[in-house]
Design a protein around this ligand. Structure first.
Ligand SMILES: Nc1ncnc2c1ncn2[C@@H]1O[C@H](COP(=O)(O)OP(=O)(O)OP(=O)(O)O)[C@@H](O)[C@H]1O
Length: 321
């Protein structure tokens, strides 16, 4: 049984009026509560795991991360980090945690080196600054002011600050937003290396290929709830694959394919199937035996995109009071 690093049970977070955090001191049934950003979610993250929190804009990912990081209070439920309370035990937890916020907000007038030294001084056992800057490929920019860095370079500096304390738990809120493809790949390689060394990661991202690449398990949030959670293959197995083709002329009947649904638009067919390989073979042998030519034939496995779009397409179903 793997060690649980993060345990979250029935956790909710609500915001009060005027954008003030509702949780600070107000009771659960206060009339001031007007928006539930996170609505009774539960999950566990194990040591060395990369856990992806995905979701639509405003789904509640950052609101969740902030509570795990000890930067905001929960409204309800249980949130434990290494069996400790993220706010009450912040002093004990802080040395274990590296945090990369969605908007870094580093002072713009300091140089990269000054920023890193300042950050390292706040850590109990920092890594050498040069080593971390090398990892994020910023060592050629040490004398430059933060304000003069490109957006992608500033993001890499945010990551360097999160890494300098040698954390065993890393919180990454959209870590590669604004990075060019090469820098994104470098960051992925670095994060995979850290994962191999046993670092636990909680990651939010809007890049589904990033989640596919890095995450051992993925939760997709929508309107404050976790709609689905599992490994990539578990999630993808919940949506059908597709077989597409055109015919020269309408043909009836198509072969019997139990468990599928068929969409027809003129001579264009889309077959949604839970068993892509078997049904592909059946369609191809049917066409062969009938002497039918299948034009533009394509077999499209289900993807994380399909899972995400299914959830994002849902109409609002939660009453937020
Ligand atoms: N300070 C605040 N005051 C009031 N409401 C807030 C505040 N911060 C966030 N919210 C609301 O809480 C909900 C969840 O926001 P959150 O930033 O957690 O979503 P997210 O999933 O991280 O979104 P994104 O992908 O757009 O970054 C949204 O409806 C947002 O408008």
């Amino acid at each position: 049984m793997k060690n649980a690093v993060v345990r979250v049970k029935n956790f909710s977070r609500a915001y009060g009026k005027s954008g003030i955090n509702w949780a600070t001191g107000l009771k659960r049934n206060s009339t001031l509560r007007d928006h539930i950003a996170v609505d009774r979610i539960s999950f566990t993250i194990h040591r060395g795991e990369c856990y992806g929190l995905l979701g639509t804009n405003g789904a509640g990912k950052t609101s969740t991360l902030e509570v795990l990081e000890g930067l905001a209070r929960r409204t309800d439920g249980t949130v434990r980090m290494l069996d400790k309370d993220p706010i009450g035990d912040r002093k004990v937890l802080r040395p274990h945690m590296g945090v990369m916020l969605q908007h870094g907000g580093l002072p713009q007038e300091l140089t990269v080196a000054e920023t890193m030294r300042m950050w390292a001084e706040t850590c109990s056992s920092p890594q050498p600054v040069e080593q971390v800057l090398d990892q994020v490929k910023l060592n050629h920019r040490v004398t430059h002011k933060v304000g003069s860095l490109s957006g992608g370079e500033q993001r890499r500096l945010d990551l360097a600050c999160a890494l300098v304390g040698n954390p065993s738990i890393l919180f990454l809120d959209e870590p590669t937003t604004g990075l060019d493809p090469e820098s994104r790949q470098n960051t992925w390689n670095l994060l995979l290396e850290l994962k191999q060394r046993g670092v636990t990661m909680v990651l939010t991202t809007h890049y589904l290929e990033e989640a596919e690449h890095l995450c051992d398990r993925i939760a997709i949030m929508h309107q404050g709830r976790i709609e689905v959670e599992g490994t990539l293959s578990e999630l993808v197995s919940t949506v059908p694959a597709e077989i597409r083709f055109d015919l020269n002329a309408p043909v009836t009947p198509l072969p019997e394919l139990p468990g599928t649904s068929v969409l027809q638009d003129g001579t264009r067919f889309v077959i949604r199937t839970p068993e892509l390989q078997r049904h592909c073979l059946q369609v191809l042998s049917w066409a062969d035996s009938q002497g039918i030519q299948l034009l533009n034939f394509a077999a499209q496995p289900a993807s994380l995109d399909n899972v995400f779009l299914n959830i994002a397409g849902k109409t609002a179903s939660h009453a937020h009071m």
